[in-house]
Design a protein around this ligand. Sequence first.
Ligand SMILES: Nc1nc2c(ncn2[C@@H]2O[C@H](COP(=O)(O)OP(=O)(O)OP(=O)(O)O)[C@@H](O)[C@H]2O)c(=O)[nH]1
Ligand SMILES: [Mg+2]
Length: 372
Amino acid sequence: MEPQEKKGFFRGLVDKLSGVEKTVDISEVSPEAPVSEPAPVPEPVPELVPELVPELVPEPPVQEKTTKPSFFERLKSGLKKTKDGLVGRIDALVLGKKTIDADTLEELEEILITSDIGVKTTVELIRTLEQRLGRNELKNGEALRSALKEEIMARLTAHHQPLAIGGQKPFVLLVIGVNGVGKTTTIGKLASRFSASGSKVLLAAADTFRAAAAEQLIAWGNRSGVEVIRHKEGADPSAVVFDACKAAVARGVDILIIDTAGRLHTKVNLMEEMKKIRRVIDREIPGAPHETLLVLDAATGQNAVSQVRLFKEAAGVTGLALTKLDGTAKGGIVVAVSHEFALPVRYIGVGESIEDLRDFDPQEFADALFQA
Ligand SMILES: Nc1nc2c(ncn2[C@@H]2O[C@H](COP(=O)(O)OP(=O)(O)OP(=O)(O)O)[C@@H](O)[C@H]2O)c(=O)[nH]1
Ligand SMILES: [Mg+2]
């Protein structure tokens, strides 16, 4: 075994890779040091999962049947903090303004950058708005606000591509990301959704770092009658993946979803692990995985940008899921990661219940942010 790289070296490496002030530090990715504060876990409902560590899987909050909000309303309230932080400040700047000038755009630039839209995307947006101003299209605050919404939406739409499942059988979905971002929860929600719509789903617990990880996945699987392939704690993740691929083919499964660990200590370890897992999948199911979904915690803001950079290199990311948008004002990160890496955002998480994992829709997202 190679000795592990020193923390200082790796931090420096990640710093270099990311080029941002705050970076993801895989060396700190351990059960004791989650990347972000886990969301508060609602009271479990023991009778639904009696024997299965219910505290690991938060039950969806009980819905008031009579006042159930529409999907759009749920999205809007999930994005409230981002809306207040981003659009609220934009409104304070532009609304009621009779004329727009370079100073207004400079102030807008500051709002966008501090709302995690990212420097690159912000500079581009401001440049486009300057051109529009030059063409006399931004006559007042209202016009500037709607131009900005249009430009943000155009960037989200450019890379938008919903995940198309069904062409391959089994369709293999490999889920990756640093620890605590919401991988297992997202998989649980997806498994429920896919099986409810009639697909035969199988889950693979390739996060073998701790037994609780597999238990958590099994608890989710039990809720929707989905089976989980697991090995003992500490087993080789590739061996779990191998068995899961074999089982998926033998059982005629439609969708195999693989949960992985985010706790690898160095970038080299991460790359080696990912390469090995991918090699096993491809050998058993040629052409798979059909999707490598990187899960990001939106609350980490610019840190998410560093994570995309790292995992893109290590694992060949094909789509993104941004979770915990409900608990943060950093929702602008959706625009930054999608646009800077030309990657489609497949799903967003705006809460802990199953229906809070949404297919990403740029129009709906922009409307939820900009609508009063
Ligand atoms: N509020 C909120 N909480 C979420 C969302 N998605 C996940 N969570 C919570 O985030 C916490 C961590 O989620 P997990 O699914 O265990 O994360 P993970 O990436 O599998 O973590 P590891 O297995 O430790 O690598 C849990 O408390 C989840 O309930 C979301 O969209 N909104
Ligand atoms: Mg997990």
